[in-house]
Design a protein around this ligand. Sequence first.
Ligand SMILES: Cc1cc2nc3c(=O)[nH]c(=O)nc-3n(C[C@H](O)[C@H](O)[C@H](O)COP(=O)(O)OP(=O)(O)OC[C@H]3O[C@@H](n4cnc5c(N)ncnc54)[C@H](O)[C@@H]3O)c2cc1C
Length: 465
Amino acid sequence: MPHPELSESMLAELRGAVRGVALLPGDPAYEATGAVWNGMIDATPALIVRAADAADVAPTIALARRTGLPLAVRGGGHNVAGKGTVDGGIVLDLGDLRAVEVDPGARTVRVQAGATLADVDAATTAHGLAVPIGVVSATGIAGLTLGGGVGWLTRKHGLTADNLLAACLVTADGREVTADDDTDPELLWALRGGGGNFGVVTEFTFRAHPLGPDVLGANLVYTPARWRAAWRAVERWTRDLPDELTVITTTLTPPPLLDAGDEPLLLVGAAWASPDTAAGERLVDQLRTACPPDDEETGLVPWVQWQSVFDAAFPKGVRAYWRNTSFDRLDDAVIDVLVRRGEEQTWVGTAFDVHLMGGAFSRLGSTTSPFPNRGARFWLNTYGFWSDPAQDEARVAFVRGMARDMEPFATGGQYVNFMGQEVDGHRLLDPSVMFGRAVHDRLVGVKRRLDPDNLFRINLNIRPA
Ligand SMILES: Cc1cc2nc3c(=O)[nH]c(=O)nc-3n(C[C@H](O)[C@H](O)[C@H](O)COP(=O)(O)OP(=O)(O)OC[C@H]3O[C@@H](n4cnc5c(N)ncnc54)[C@H](O)[C@@H]3O)c2cc1C
């Protein structure tokens, strides 16, 4: 039974206009495609349009306008806040548009908007190239790029968004536009962190960089008794590292399948984005000497393998709630929080990553992207991931508690892609606070020009008025 706003004739018209499928609740294919990554998001869209090509976008937008139903645009469906779906509205799912085309001579990569990070890495590594993207391979390139995109190459090459050269979009009035430095630099700027507010992106063009196919990857593992010493050593070690070394320090209890015991561990992960392996090994050795780990795995790893080491921890359907904080100090007061909260970890439940920022991230993009707080030295992502709904309250409370404990040290940045959904009426951060007034006003200008009626509002919404 279609939604009351969706007449049989409208559906027939849509089905005649698109090559993809239009699915209603009750349809077996609807059930199979309906859910997003975060199992806590319980939405029943009135209609899911699974696009077969970019030409399916404009008729879906037209239907959303005509019916007044809210429109959610989905790339990989990994948005933790569940913005890839909408209760009672229309989902435009681009997940079948996954082509990736590499131009090795120009070192550019054209990526369709439904591609995953695995699709991008698989295509680029074949040419000894990489686009800086995130660290879990099933994540969608679309949401990742439009929010920023942090990963193992951030310090060397900046965010994914910093490497966005052009995008093809369909706007709220159904026009196909290209945003690049020549045609519409203001729109290109907005897309590098301003989210899906401005239109449906059908294709991205990225700058790629020489890499691999192997990289030096290190994981230095510390048991709780050594955490304080390890964090102090990490603080000293990360003061002056070259851009080539990106460091992500994770506190978690390893999954039982790894047979690594059930006490939480501190993992100092590092990836070295340079062919000079010996120089990378010397840098890792500095930390090893300053604070010998309890265990270690270091060596050359195929880039694609390194990019999927976290995959097993994040299966689709897991319940999730995330918060993030940027900060500059890693002194004893902050270490106290990280150690105390780290000791509370259990498998499966919660964990947190501290990303070392700086490098190209801090130098690039302050004028070419709306991404906030480029000056942050560290970025903390606290994430819950569990399967039993009975644990919701405790896991959410942990993530919020960690965010609260870190508030005194926060330097004011929030990364939209590491934000959870609103739970129990907790509001997501206001975009004008998140981006700062001047950047927000500039985003509003682009929004007014391209989406004055706020059709694209299932996101961290930039309101046109
Ligand atoms: C397991 C996991 C690991 C992650 N790891 C990282 C990481 O390493 N680094 C990092 O930076 N982030 C990471 N993230 C966060 C990730 O960047 C965001 O969740 C992002 O929103 C995912 O994009 P998506 O396309 O999969 O999401 P979706 O849910 O499909 O979409 C997300 C948002 O983007 C908009 N959108 C999607 N496609 C389009 C389009 N074609 N045109 C316009 N708007 C669109 C949607 O409207 C929605 O608001 C991770 C998330 C998960 C769940």
